[in-house]
Design a protein around this ligand. Structure first.
Ligand code: ADQ
Length: 595
């Protein structure tokens, strides 16, 4: 064989070898390397990939293992960062007790909050030989209590329970809540005549009907007015005692029982920052002007730095009233009133309730079990649909009108007879006042008449459960009902509407809400009604009971989120922040003189 063919053969052999080597190299190195690089690139750009395509054997196996570990850490870190960002975002929009506490600590630099309200948050009453502690049925208590629980401080109130004196220390104080003391309750004692004149008389027979357009004529007696003044002075004395050691204390006065208090405190302690929150509506100037002491009341209120109402409409009415009745300088753009060297800011703060701790997830497939079977069993009910109403027995709540609308509903839609019952949980209130006694009698008679008209064996349309119920009991009724009726003839806010929505973590049920309640401004997904229009309310009941679950869910979810966002912690934070930032302005050269 010649040398040439051998050489050519060797050359061909090495060419094939090189090719095979190249192919081998590509298969063993370049392809896995390219796949690894591509995998890393996609991971880096945010995709979450299984490490399946990474080489598991050979040269790259150890590298794959390390890269997989590193990628897992990266995914975990990315998830944690996303969760943190979500929580931070939620935290920014959602107010919690802790966030409020923190905000108050920063704003007040450790100074305590002082709340003045007629009603006490805990009342000691006698039951046989036992002394029991109860939470009164009151919107003001429902709203303010979570704030004091969160921030601490002192609540000054009338000690109205028959066993209240036995449960305070020598300075009329006690720590509450009883099961977990978080703040101080300071009780103020009133004589029988004082309570009658200031509370039943001037506050509840005079100012309450004056401010609510509910067609009950206000009664103004000169003796009641004298007691109102004396009791305001008594509370001023208690406040001054409590703030004796404090510089620039912050005082949150609640409601129409204390219109004179801001001025009384301001005169003695001009450094105090005072807010007065008016929990009920403010009427137009003509309506308010019928009060013989309208000017004195306004002068007293204008001792506050900040005046809060639930809605803008009530603020507008207040400014118009001052404009009509007092010499003052009103800034309609900033909503301030300057009088006698003092500026008062007027602003709406829609009150709310404490939000639920954890928000249920929309997609939660297992809503909490319904208490409906238990409620039905205990009441001996056997109906397809259940309605609920929860009120203090008060003529402003439109309870008679509600019963008549239920009557109309059953009359117009007889198919629901025997299948729908309405439970009214009604707490007796202000029972020493004749108008309230008459209302109690009227309600019983109406329930009786309507029940007799429709009832059959084993079924009644209305169950009137008169009495005070715990928040836990009320919650069961909210969760068991298909529909909740809030038919106030006039209401500052109405917390029952908000409580019903927040109780429904299953996002079922329908809220029928009076257009004359402040809550109707925020809860536009309720079925809004005019409670005087019986046919309209009857139709709303029919619509509610036949509403499909999808629509119920959409409406309830939207309202639920509104209330969670605008909860009572946010209300308090806004009010306190506004008060803390107000500076007493120097008297304006053109300011109106004090009268
Ligand atoms: P209220 O007129 O007392 O409040 P509302 O806001 O409805 O009315 O609050 C009533 C509270 O009492 C609720 O928390 C409710 O659960 C409770 N309650 C009602 N019936 C009860 C019963 N039978 N047993 C036990 N508890 C019962 C005032 C104004 C409102 C305003 C609040 C807060 O009149 O317009 O919303 O202050 O500012």
């Amino acid at each position: 064989m010649s040398v040439r063919p051998v050489f050519l053969l060797a050359l061909a052999g090495s060419g094939v070898g090189a090719l095979l080597l190249l192919l081998g190299l590509r298969w063993a190195l370049l392809v896995p390397l390219a796949k690894t690089v591509e995998w890393i690139r996609r991971m880096r750009s945010g995709e979450t990939l299984e490490p399946k395509i990474l080489p598991k054997r050979g040269l790259f196996a150890p590298l794959s293992r390390e890269i997989t570990r590193m990628a897992r850490s990266l995914v975990a870190a990315r998830n944690a960062a996303e969760e943190e960002a979500r929580l931070r975002h939620a935290g920014e929009s959602r107010w919690t007790p802790d966030r409020l506490k923190e905000q108050v600590r920063t704003l007040l630099e450790g100074r305590p909050i002082l709340v003045v309200a007629n009603r006490e948050p805990y009342m000691h009453v006698r039951q046989g030989r036992q002394v029991q502690c109860v939470v009164p049925a009151s919107g003001v208590v429902t709203a303010m209590e979570p704030i004091l629980r969160a921030c601490g401080g002192t609540w000054i109130a009338h000690g109205s329970g028959e066993a209240d004196r036995e449960t305070v220390d020598s300075r009329d104080r006690l720590k509450v809540p009883p099961e977990e003391p978080l703040y101080t309750l300071r009780r103020v004692w009133l004589s029988g005549e004082e309570e009658e004149g200031y509370y039943y008389g001037f506050s509840n027979e005079g100012l309450w009907p004056l401010c609510h357009i509910a067609h009950t004529r206000p009664l103004f007696r000169v003796e009641d007015w004298a007691h109102y003044g004396a009791v305001n002075a008594k509370f001023a004395h208690a406040v001054l005692e409590e703030i004796a050691e404090e510089e620039e204390p912050l005082i949150l006065i609640q409601d129409y029982h204390f219109a004179l208090l801001p001025r009384l405190i301001h005169e003695k302690r001009p450094d105090a920052k005072i807010a007065l929150f008016w929990h009920i509506p403010w009427p137009n100037p003509e309506a308010f002007g019928i009060c013989p002491w309208a000017r004195e009341l306004l002068q007293g209120m204008l001792g506050a730095d900040l005046l809060g109402f639930h809605i803008q409409f009530h603020c507008n009415n207040f400014l118009s009233t001052v404009d009509r009745l007092l010499e003052s300088r009103i800034d309609w753009e900033r909503f301030t009133i300057n009088r006698g060297g003092q500026t008062t800011r007027v602003k709406p703060f829609p009150i709310s309730i404490a939000a639920r701790e954890a928000k249920p997830r929309r997609e939660d497939p297992m809503p909490p079990p319904s208490p409906r079977p238990k409620v039905m069993r205990e009441l001996g009910l056997n109906v397809q649909w259940l309605g609920v109403g929860v009120d203090r027995i008060d003529y402003t709540k439109g309870i008679v009108e509600r019963f008549r609308a239920i009557e109309r509903f059953l009359e117009k839609h007889p198919a629901f007879q025997g299948k729908f019952s309405f439970v009214e949980l009604a707490a007796p209130s202000r029972t020493l006042i004749k108008r309230y006694q008459d209302l109690g009698v009227e309600l019983e008679a109406e329930v009786d008449r309507i029940n007799r008209r429709f009832q059959n064996q084993g079924w009644k349309p209305i169950l009137f459960l008169k009495g005070h119920h715990s928040h836990g009991e009320i919650d069961l009724f909210y969760r068991a009902a298909d529909v909740c009726l809030v038919t106030s003839l006039h209401d500052g806010m109405n917390l029952v509407a908000k409580e019903f929505v927040v109780a429904r973590t299953d996002f079922q049920g329908v809220l029928i809400l009076s257009q004359f309640a402040g809550a109707s401004r925020e809860l536009a997904d309720a079925l809004l009604v005019n409670p005087y229009d019986m046919d309209q309310v009857a139709e709303a009941i029919r619509y509610a009971l036949t509403m499909d679950l999808g629509e119920q869910r959409t409406r309830m979810l939207r309202m639920y989120e509104t209330i969670q966002e605008h909860n009572v912690y946010r209300w308090a934070a806004d009010l306190i922040a506004e008060l803390a930032k107000l500076r007493r302005e120097a008297p304006h050269p053109l300011q109106a003189p004090a009268e």
